[in-house]
Ligand binder design. Structure first.
Ligand code: ZN
Length: 537
């Protein structure tokens, strides 16, 4: 028997953009729509053409695209009270969007019809019926979104059903029950979807919000009760606490409940899709996100790690590769030798002798005690392991450096760094300006090394963070500097710790550059290493 199919309806580009901090340009929307189409989303709701010109522009451009399989859908409301459908500006905009499918929402809740909209209950039914009929007469597939359905049904079940009937009889093929305020709980959703579904031949859809933390659970319950159309957004972005996260919903429905949502091979792109949307929307990814988060398969405790190394099923609910994610072993002061060994293997380093692993754990503990943290600085950790292995990563050495910073009350800032390094048997001196002392130092180091190592041209300082570790004891405050470098394709993180911020910055910057040079197979410095000394700040 074939698995029952679920129609996936993505509203990242419409409901998702209602979320705080989310703005998408027309181009952003098109890029995301392409990914959704390739992934296997059936219906892509592009926006509300009646509400803003940007959404209108999206639909104009979407018409020129040969979508692989997705239907592009425009969203709008039922006609205004008193308007004839053909004269209603909202419905006209929906037609002008020129999409094969439209979704329109209407009121299910007597309170909303009478108070928010200020119309009689009969007029509300007429608005739903005539709007759907008008769109059907223009050959649109109509998906009807019953706004506040669960609240409306609880207040007046007969009337809520009548609103659905009005949409169904006018030709809507899908009746979507919306938990607009997000307050309904899973047991209720399950019971009500089953009850309502029994009245209709049409496909029942579910649209949930996460205000009670139950959006995914509510979606699963609705499907179990018979819904076959699921609306949501990638990563659950959306108004207030967001919509249902389609990533988790799809993975659960397909991998755990046996429904067919997307081509099984496409599921392995789920994590990628999630990251892509965050990146385009300029949002920080949520590490703890189910299935697709960076920490979703991360192991920290030593006991967990040794068990996972024997058999991942010990602490993983499924194989991370199924959804395109990765198992990660975190380096922390909880580390036992198995963490270190596992981590080393990830870098392609085999810690053979028992001694090496023990030595590494010992060294990590010492450094962590000083304030180093390797969880966010895996490149420094890798260099540390390589040093324990006796591998040479000494591509240059510092002779001296000086950084000068000036600023005025007017807010003008000026930083200049002078650096002398030994590289490939000779001395290089470089002077550079930068935005702040760390940037100036990075520029100067770059300048000093580029001639010897041209691949550094592509490497940039992407970010750095300074954290004061023991602010109570101000005279001996130690700072930890985390640095991110980027080479246009990938980024890596390094760390430095010292009571002197310049020295901490230097350690992190130098590690970042060494890491790049190590992985770009360049010859090592031939000069003997000089000791690294950093003058006071
Ligand atoms: Zn919504």
């Amino acid at each position: 028997m074939n698995a029952p199919t679920i129609e996936l309806f993505d509203t990242t580009l419409r409901d998702g953009t209602q979320g705080e901090h989310v703005t998408l340009s027309v181009n952003d929307k098109l890029r995301i729509a392409h990914r959704l189409d390739a992934f296997g989303i059936d219906v892509i709701e592009g926006g509300w053409p009646g509400s803003n010109p940007k959404d209108y522009a999206f639909f104009e451009r979407a018409q020129e695209v040969a979508w692989r399989q997705a239907q592009i859908c425009a969203f709008g409301s039922t006609r205004r009270p008193g308007n004839r459908p053909e004269e209603d500006p909202n419905l006209r905009c929906l037609l002008e969007a020129n999409t094969p499918t439209v979704s329109i929402f209407g009121k299910s809740w007597t309170f909303h019809a009478e108070v928010a909209l200020g119309v009689s209950l009969d007029e509300n039914l007429a608005m739903i019926a005539s709007s759907v009929a008008f769109l059907r007469a223009h050959d649109k597939r109509v998906i009807y979104d019953a706004e506040h359905f669960f609240d409306g049904y609880k207040a007046d079940p007969d009337y809520a059903l009548e609103t659905l009937r009005a949409a169904a009889e006018a030709g809507a093929d899908t009746l979507v029950l919306c938990d607009t305020n997000g307050g309904t709980l899973p047991t209720e959703v399950r019971r009500l979807v089953a009850e309502v579904g029994a009245h209709f031949e049409q496909t029942i859809g579910i649209h949930t919000h996460n205000d009670s933390g139950c959006a995914v659970a509510n979606t699963l319950m609705a499907v179990e009760a018979g819904a076959r159309h699921v609306q949501g957004t990638i990563n659950g972005i959306g108004e207030r606490t967001g919509n249902v996260d389609l990533c988790a919903a799809i993975a659960n429905l397909q991998l755990k409940m046996g429904y067919a949502c997307v081509d099984p091979e496409h599921l392995a792109r789920l994590t990628d899709l999630s990251h892509f949307v965050d990146e385009v929307a300029n949002l920080d990814p949520i590490d703890r996100a189910a299935y697709v988060g960076r920490s979703a398969f991360a192991h920290k405790g030593g006991i967990h790690v040794s068990a996972v190394m024997k058999d991942p099923r010990a602490y993983e609910h499924l194989a991370p590769e199924t959804v395109g994610n990765k198992r990660r072993v975190l380096v922390s002061d909880l580390s036992g030798q198995s963490n270190v060994r596992y981590k080393a293997a990830e870098f392609g380093i085999t810690l053979n002798g028992k001694d090496e692993a023990r030595q590494a754990v010992q060294r990590i503990k010492e450094l962590e005690h000083l304030g180093y943290e390797f969880q966010g600085a895996e490149a420094s950790f890798e260099l540390l392991l390589r040093a324990i292995q006796g591998e040479e990563t000494n591509f240059f050495s510092l002779e001296r450096l000086r950084v000068r910073s000036e600023h005025s009350d007017a807010g003008e800032e000026y930083s200049e760094a002078t650096i002398v390094v030994r590289v490939q048997g000779h001395r290089e001196l470089a002077v550079a300006e930068g935005v702040g002392p760390v940037d100036a130092l990075s520029q100067a180091l770059h300048e000093a090394l580029c001639r010897s190592y041209p691949s550094l041209e592509a490497v940039r300082l992407a970010d750095y963070k300074v954290r004061v570790l023991n602010p109570k004891d101000a005279t001996a405050a130690v700072v930890r500097v985390l640095v991110e470098h980027h080479d246009g394709e990938r980024s890596w993180h390094t760390v430095g710790v010292s009571a002197n911020i310049l020295e901490a910055s230097w350690q992190a910057l130098a590690d970042g550059i060494r890491y790049h040079l190590f992985h770009n197979a360049v010859p090592l410095a031939t000069a003997p290493a000089l000791s690294v000394s950093v003058p006071g700040a």
